[in-house]
Ligand binder design. Structure first.
Ligand code: ADP
Ligand code: 5GP
Length: 196
């Protein structure tokens, strides 16, 4: 039996975790575009500032630390983490309930610890996918190429990536994101098999 921290009947969840820059957002967006009738993205709350192309209520709920802490006290999160120093991210119970009420599978882009936490809560109702970059230098290139983080932040993300890579084998499956098209095809096959 899996422990369900929510008030609803458990639906399905697909979790994408990886070091920052490995390509989870790219894969998640691909799946959402192809299968919007079956899937919906779990919009996390975060205390980080929005990037130039990000929209509040679409990519994240951007909230300040005080509001985030209030939500913790009110027990509104399924899970949350201080993913980077002083920067919090969390999954709201209301997001998952909203998506299941639509009869859809919830898609997560979440850090490695948060992903394993959700897997431990929802067990066989959850498919936990680890997205692996070819190597750390490719990861550095991708983070620099994305151009959304300062060089200090890129260094912090790379340092964390080395630790995150050691968790890969704890996931249900690993997708090696070398060639993007191949990785997208693999992700789609896993999705269709899991929700059938
Ligand atoms: P994450 O969500 O894991 O932080 P992103 O999806 O934002 O990663 O990808 C990081 C950067 O790498 C983006 O600029 C994206 O376009 C690029 N990228 C993703 N997959 C590949 C790939 N297979 N080959 C080369 N670049 C990639
Ligand atoms: P970014 O700042 O690049 O959008 O995300 C940084 C990291 O936080 C990524 O690994 C992302 O998957 C993770 N993340 C996003 N939302 C959540 C969440 O709700 N919970 C946890 N634990 N991590 C999250």
């Amino acid at each position: 039996m899996s422990y369900n921290p929510l008030n609803t009947k458990t639906g399905k969840l697909i979790i994408f975790s990886a070091p920052s820059g490995a390509g989870k957002t790219t894969l998640v967006n691909h799946l959402l575009k192809q299968h919007e009738d079956k899937l919906s993205f779990s919009i996390s709350a975060t205390t980080r500032s929005p990037r130039e192309n990000e929209i509040d209520g679409k990519n994240y709920y951007f909230i300040n630390k005080e509001t985030f802490k209030k939500k913790i006290e009110e027990n509104l999160f399924i899970e949350y983490e201080e993913v980077y120093t002083n920067t919090y991210y969390g999954t709201l119970k209301s997001e998952v309930e909203r998506i299941w009420a639509l009869g859809k599978t919830v898609l997560f882009d979440i850090d490695v610890i948060g992903g394993l936490h959700l897997k431990s809560l929802f067990k066989k109702n959850a498919l936990a996918i680890f997205v692996a970059p070819p190597n750390l230098s490719a990861l550095k290139e991708r983070l620099e190429g994305r151009g959304t983080d300062s060089s200090k932040k890129v260094e912090e993300r790379l340092a964390k990536a080395e630790i995150e890579m050691t968790y890969a084998n704890k996931f249900d499956v690993i997708i090696e994101n070398n060639d993007l098209e191949t990785a997208c095809r693999e992700a789609e096959a896993l999705l269709l098999n899991f929700i059938k």
